[in-house]
Design a protein around this ligand. Sequence first.
Ligand code: FA5
Length: 364
Amino acid sequence: MSSEAVDHDAQVEAVREAFEREFGRFARFRAGEGAEGLSLGEAETLLRELAELRTRHTAKKSALAQLMKLIGRVPAEERAAFGQRVQVLNGEVTARLDEAQEALKAHVGRLKIERERLDVTLPGRRPRRGHLHPVTQLRQRIEDVFVSMGYAVEDGPEVETDFYNFTALNIPELHPARSPQDTFYTTDGLSLRSQTSTVQIHAMQRRRPPLRVVAPGRVFRRDTPDATHNPMFFQVEGLLVDRGINMGHLKGTLSEFVRRLFGAQTRTRFRPSYFPFTEPSMEADYSCFKCNGRGCRLCKGSGWIELGGSGMVHPNVLRAVEIDPEEFSGFAFGLGIDRMCGLMYELDDIRLLFENDVRFLEQF
Ligand code: FA5
């Protein structure tokens, strides 16, 4: 064996060793295995590094490529043996690179399929449906009862002039309701309505008698919030004006209303009261829907629950909208919805209704 031949063999071995050294950390990826447990990111990085390693060891300027070129230049008698050794090495290097690449690629493919897997048999995510606020639900039930009794649903502004908020309602100049301690005023002398009774005036102007309307809506008072008071709350106003209307019609109407809302067993009672815009005026109560009048915690042992204020429309109110009190008479009533709602759901505090805590509201 010539000394040159030894040199050539040594060169082949040196190239092999250099490859083995660098390839060592990829050697475990074989026969499509060895990559288990690698994350997608790790496997992709290794694939990139493997491609760089392939370039370093097999591209044109690599030591292996130099060996290939050398084949033609070695003495003729050694060429075949040397050529074969180089080709074997080349074959091995390529095969091992390919094998490692396959194993890593297969792993990346598996992880990607896993990540993008879509199980069409899984139940879909149901969109959460909301529902109407409990006060709105009650308002609609009240409207339904009155509509079934022939009433129209009327609307009115929440910001009012003095005329609608007070004067037309026969509220005298120095009445405490006009005081800024009770009513919210805007800087230009308008006020937030403190009761839905203002809609009586709008309704009579718009429709002229005979008329029957209910007007649900928001009202505002400078009341200190507590378990039964909010500065903003809801009322429903009722108004009927026709010829020959008397207190019997009012009592019959409110009695029928509570029977339709709470059941046929519900009784009513009326107590004398005072409102500037009705004469005579009455407070209406109904027998407790929980204990049917026997007395319980809900009705504070009395057996009765307050419904609201009512009375015969004051002649001055009719005159304010140019209706002749000699020809027409009427009755009106006003109920607070929030307190009624609070009682129906046995809430300790009506302020809960307006905190907008979804966990609370979801229950109704
Ligand atoms: C009135 O507001 C009269 N307009 C009712 C009326 C209409 C009488 C037509 C005659 C003819 P009163 O101030 O009592 O009346 O209020 C009526 C209802 O509103 C009360 O029964 C109560 O349920 C409710 N209410 C009053 N203040 C508050 C408040 N701060 N928070 C929650 N509800 C309230």
